[in-house]
Design a protein around this ligand. Structure first.
Ligand code: PGA
Length: 241
C-alpha cells in the first residue's frame, strides 16, 4: 500500500530558495508513495504553479479557524483550497509552544479545514518529561480527545494523525520504530473510539535517510512527516522512493 510522505518545510527557506527547491523536486523521478509538499504560505501560489500536473500534492503548515472575517494575519482555509492545497498540518508542537495554540483552537481549525474538504494532519506527541514519567499514553489520549471533540468524518481518509514526540523533533534522536509502532497503534485505537473510523497514523521526528525505512516497515505506521530531511534533495528523494 502507498505510504503518505509529508514534507514540512517550516520557515526554513527564503522565497526564492523555496521556488528553486520546488523546481528541483518537480524534476525528480515519480515516487511510488503519495508525497505532499508544505512550503510557507507566501511560496504556496508559486509552488502550486510549479508542481501543477506532477504527482506531488500541496499542503499548508496551518490555517485559520474560519473562512473569512476580522482575523488579522490569519489565512483562510477556503483560500488555501482555491490555490490547490489538499492537506493542512494542524497542532504542530512548534505552534503549540511558540504561538500558544491550545486544543480548542486546534479543534476549530480541524473543523474549518474539513468543511473546506481539506485533509487535516493533526500532530500529537508527548514531551520528554511525559515519556520519562510513563505518561505518554495518558497525554496523547488527552490531546486526541480535545483536538477531535465533535469532529465528524465522512470517511476514514478525511483526516490523518501524525505522531511526533517532541523530544524527537529536530534533535536527531528519532523514536525507536518499534516504539513508534506501538504508540501509533494506541493512537489508532483512541481515534477509533472518538471518530469510529480507522485513521492513518504517520510518524515524525528526526526522520532521515538512515532510519526512514525502519518506520515504513512497521505495520501501524502509514507514512512520515519529515522536517529537516525534506530540505535535502538527495535524502528526501530516498525517503520518498
Ligand atoms: P524533523 O521535524 O524531521 O526536522 O525532526 C519534523 C516535524 O517537525 O514535523
Amino acid at each position: 500500500m502507498k505510504k503518505l510522505i509529508i514534507a514540512n518545510w517550516k520557515m526554513q527557506l527564503s522565497y526564492s530558495a523555496s521556488l528553486a527547491f520546488a523546481k528541483k523536486i518537480k524534476q525528480t523521478k515519480k515516487s511510488s508513495n503519495q508525497v505532499v509538499i508544505c512550503p510557507d504560505y507566501l511560496a504556496l501560489p508559486a509552488i502550486a504553479a510549479i508542481l501543477k500536473g506532477g504527482s506531488y500534492q500541496l499542503g499548508a503548515q496551518d490555517s485559520a479557524i474560519t473562512n473569512f472575517g476580522a482575523y488579522t494575519g490569519e489565512v483562510s482555509p477556503a483560500n488555501l483550497k482555491s490555490l490547490g492545497v489538499k492537506y493542512i498540518i494542524l497542532g504542530h508542537s512548534e505552534r503549540r509552544e511558540h504561538l500558544h495554540e491550545n486544543s480548542a483552537i486546534i479543534n476549530a481549525k480541524i473543523k474549518a479545514a474539513l468543511q473546506n474538504k481539506l485533509m487535516p494532519v493533526l500532530c500529537v506527541g508527548e514531551k520528554l518529561a511525559e515519556k520519562e514519567s510513563g505518561e505518554t499514553k495518558k497525554y496523547l489520549n488527552e490531546e486526541l480527545r480535545h483536538a477531535l471533540k465533535g469532529v465528524k468524518l465522512n470517511k476514514a481518509t478525511d483526516l490523518v494523525i501524525a505522531y511526533e514526540p517532541l523530544w524527537a523533533i529536530g534533535t536527531g534522536q528519532a523514536s525507536l520504530s518499534s516504539e513508534a509502532n506501538l504508540i501509533s497503534l494506541f493512537i489508532k485505537q483512541q481515534a477509533f473510539k472518538i471518530l469510529k473510523k480507522n485513521i492513518q497514523v504517520l510518524y515524525g521526528g528526526s526522520v532521515q535517510a538512515d532510519n526512514y525505512s525502519q518506520f515504513l516497515k512497521e505495520k501501524n505506521i502509514d507514512g512520515l512527516l519529515v522536517g529537516g530531511a525534506s530540505l535535502k534533495l538527495k535524502e528526501f528523494n530516498q525517503i520518498c522512493s
